[in-house]
Design a protein around this ligand. Structure first.
Ligand SMILES: Cc1cc2nc3c(=O)[nH]c(=O)nc-3n(C[C@H](O)[C@H](O)[C@H](O)COP(=O)(O)O)c2cc1C
Length: 269
């Protein structure tokens, strides 16, 4: 069940040091080919063996394989990227594999070269893929403490009803039929655990916004928009699992927004 996987998932940075067998890798590769996102922007996945490509990351240990992904530069490429990459990683989680988005702590040049990145493409992240070690390494424990990785904002700090003045309680979200889907957003991973996703629930649907922090937009792509794509995937997939019919739309409803906040997309019921 998707919701159970969302609850048990955590970033994995310490792996068991074993190669994945071909069957597992081929299954992931087949799944990667089926992934589409609501923007219909193609995201291409690349599987990279650590030893073949001489790759590493200062925050990882014991990993043997990576998945990177590339997308053509352009509007919403970063959001579409987050959606597709999270769909890939949650599939891996459903197979008992460990993953972690890595957008900062990687030798970027090496990963981009190994992924054969072209000038008109971006590769915001990669993830190691493998089985978690029995025990987290010291580095990983410290890293999780540093970003308070086990905590999230309260439900009513992230989600609103009709406008940004009216906080949404989880009881009310339950009545409106969106509690679990929004909870799946709240538990999602985000860069430096900043949790930039906000949502306003109105009569006809749910509108998603990015609460921007400084230093995540490099002019070509915005890492917090990758976070937004992750949130959209969690919301949509949970709704679909609950049998809800919903329509994706990018159409700003014109709700007054707080500072440093940007409208991203809506799901209409
Ligand atoms: C877009 C994105 C980029 C990330 N980049 C890094 C990174 O460069 N290094 C790292 O160790 N973790 C990275 N993370 C993992 C986050 O730190 C992690 O998801 C967050 O602290 C919450 O912890 P959890 O995933 O265990 O719930 C990234 C996560 C996302 C979504």
């Amino acid at each position: 069940m998707f919701f159970e996987d969302v609850k048990i998932r955590r970033s994995v940075r310490t792996f068991d040091g074993k190669e994945l067998n071909d069957e597992v890798i081929n299954d992931l590769k087949e799944y990667a080919k089926t992934i589409v996102n609501p923007y219909n922007i193609p995201v291409e996945f690349v599987f990279l063996n650590k030893d073949d490509h001489k790759l590493s990351s200062p925050v990882l240990s014991g990993e043997k394989e990576y998945i990177s992904a590339k997308v053509k530069k352009g509007q919403n490429a970063d959001v579409a990227y987050g959606y597709s990459f999270e769909k890939m990683l949650m599939y891996a989680v459903s197979k008992g594999l460990g993953t972690v988005f890595i957008g900062g702590t990687l030798p970027r040049d090496k990963f981009e070269k190994a992924s054969e990145l072209k000038n008109d493409e971006i590769m915001p992240c990669m993830s190691p893929i493998g089985y978690a070690a029995d025990k987290m390494g010291v580095k990983e424990v410290l890293m999780r403490k540093g970003v308070k990785a086990d905590s999230r904002y309260n439900f009513s700090e992230l989600f609103f009803k009709n406008d940004f003045e009216t906080h949404l309680s989880d009881d009310e979200a339950e009545k409106l039929g969106v509690k679990k889907a929004l909870e799946a957003v709240r538990l999602a991973p985000s860069a430096v655990n900043k949790q930039p996703w906000r949502a306003v629930v109105s009569d006809g649907g749910v509108h998603f916004y990015e609460k921007k922090d400084k230093g995540y937009d490099n002019g070509t792509y915005d890492v917090q928009k990758v976070d937004m794509g992750i949130a959209l995937y969690h919301f949509e997939n949970q709704c679909i699992e609950e049998g809800k019919q919903l329509k994706f739309e990018v159409a700003n409803p014109g709700i007054a927004i707080p500072q440093n906040t940007e409208y991203i997309a809506s799901y209409l019921f």
